[in-house]
Design a binder for this molecule. Sequence first.
Ligand code: ZN
Ligand code: ZN
Length: 346
Amino acid sequence: MSAPREPETMRAMVFEGVGQPLRATHRPIPEPGAGQLLLRVHACGVCRTDLHLLDGEVPIASPPRVLGHQIVATVQAGGEGTSAASERDARVGVPWLGWTCGECVYCRSGRENLCLRARFTGCDIDGGMAEYALADERFCFSIPPEYPSAQAAPLLCAGLIGYRALSMCGDAERLGLYGFGAAAHILTQVARWQGRRVFAFTRPGDRAAQQFALALGAEWAASSDEPPPEELDAAIVFAPDGALVPVALGALARGGTVVCGGIHMSDIPSFPYELLWEERSVRSVANLTRHDGEELLALAPRADVRTHVTTYALKDANEALADLRAGRFTGAAVLVPDGSSNATAS
Ligand SMILES: [Zn+2]
Ligand SMILES: [Zn+2]
């Protein structure tokens, strides 16, 4: 009889409570249940939603929890009932939408993003700020081979929810992007490829972000307190600042739409009805459907979308989150369990 085997452990960065930094821990490598894949994480994007989770603006029901919902990983093992298509070492991406019920009125009408019982990766389910993660096979995407893992990670939330927000803009030609972070840097490239014109709005005085926007194809970039040189047909507000909603409305042409792209925003101040008049509208975008993911991941290589990432070692997750909060990099931050931090964008 052999001695009992020590469970193999993995490193993970764990959320334990609001206002606390993530704690570096060792945990047993989880076993995949029915329908689940055990994944070895190669990259996990850091998202503004992670800041909202840390700050308690978006609640985590049952901590401790491993955050991270832009996971690029390879399959290590499959639980009961997983398909042969998920062969070992196949590369997959795991997004924010981790599970849906398939039965509610939203799931049955092509709106699984609004599922009443949805479970979200890195919030309700342990996410990718770890060396290994579990994921429901049905919610994993295959990753286009053109993208190295770190460069693919930001496509999975910044790109994907940004893409859903862009699809809410209809055929708007003149597109304003308020807040020029990970999502806007991907969307600018998609929008240009679609033949739209992009106007970028950054934090006041953020010249680096303005230069970055222009380099990616925006035709104009300035601070969010400056009016655009012409009316906009649509605007997407990615910055979590509700005061930008009436500002963006004020920049719209008749019939234009403001899409709020974040999961949390400070209160929207009151504004005169005149700003909404003439069939302007304000709406939000929540989560993603698997269909959104399939569309974006097919489109990104065709549109030659390049992501600009700053990589951090897994143990430096708190530093990555602090840098995101302070706007200390352009593009997206990505944690790499095997790597070391690299403050230069690639
Ligand atoms: Zn449902
Ligand atoms: Zn996200």
